[in-house]
Design a protein around this ligand. Structure first.
Ligand code: 13P
Length: 253
């Protein structure tokens, strides 16, 4: 069994201001400095990448973006390239968040192109996959998650997953306060890992698979102790210093 260190990543979504961000980032840095085993990251809105870089450079906290263009450069008004994210010191880029898929029309192939563009520039993609409530209720969770995963494996090859992070985020648990039970999450994480293992067991054993969807200080520990859950992708609770610090704390073992 490979030992995988935990990662807790905050996804701020479209929240923040320079004043709020400063307080939050200062609190995260100063109150998690003693955590040795868990890695910590924040994915901030593009305009605040400079601020994340200036506050977090030379700390133990990494930063990244919530999206990235699938294109390298050129006439793509409004897009932000992976090289630009690298220019601001990003380590991570989230790709395929369900809000991007549902609200901005990103299909699994586009997500795979974004994944590839991020890696080509030296970023670590955090690939989000997950089913809607309707899909869960009709029993197609595994097919949905498999299709989202396979699109990336087909485009990049399974080895590319070794320098990435996955996040299983059931859409019905995002921002709803309705968390998957640790066993529900574990079942899908184990499925994801077994699907990757069918291509390459070594890649599967090393890959970090985060859980996301209404993770809070009060439920983080029970999720993070499941064998195939390697940390969390945190939305709402990542905006509250006490909550986020407590979640990082729950990941330290
Ligand atoms: P919440 O933690 O607010 O449910 O959001 C989860 C999420 O979408 C993280 O990417």
């Amino acid at each position: 069994m490979a030992t995988r260190s935990k990662l807790v990543a905050g996804n701020w979504k479209m929240h923040g201001s320079t004043a709020q961000n400063r307080d939050l980032l200062d609190a995260i840095v100063s109150r998690t400095a003693w955590l040795e085993k868990a890695s910590i990251a924040v994915a901030v809105p593009y305009p605040y990448l400079w601020q994340a870089q200036s506050i977090l450079a030379n700390t133990h906290v990494s930063w990244g973006a919530q999206n990235v263009s699938q294109y390298e450069k050129g006439a793509y008004t409004g897009e932000v390239s992976a090289a630009m994210l690298v220019d601001f010191g990003c380590r991570y880029a989230i790709v395929g968040h369900s809000e991007r898929r549902a609200l901005f029309g990103e299909d699994s192939h586009t997500v795979a192109l974004k994944f590839r563009a991020a890696q080509a520039a030296g970023l670590t993609p955090i690939l989000c996959i997950g089913e809607t409530l309707d899909q869960r209720e009709t029993g197609v969770t595994e097919q949905v998650v498999a299709e989202q995963l396979d699109a990336v494996i087909e485009l990049t090859g399974v080895n590319a997953l070794s320098s990435s992070v996955l996040a299983y985020e059931p859409v019905w648990a995002i921002g709803t306060g309705k968390t998957a039970t640790p066993q529900q999450a574990q079942d899908v994480h184990a499925f994801i890992r077994s699907r990757i293992a069918a291509h390459d067991p070594a890649v599967s054993a090393k890959l970090r698979v985060l859980y996301g969807g209404s993770v809070k200080a009060s439920n983080a520990a029970e999720l993070f102790c499941m064998p195939d859950i390697d940390g969390g992708l945190i939305g709402g609770a990542s905006l509250v210093a006490d909550e986020f610090v407590a979640i990082c704390n729950a990941a330290k073992n």
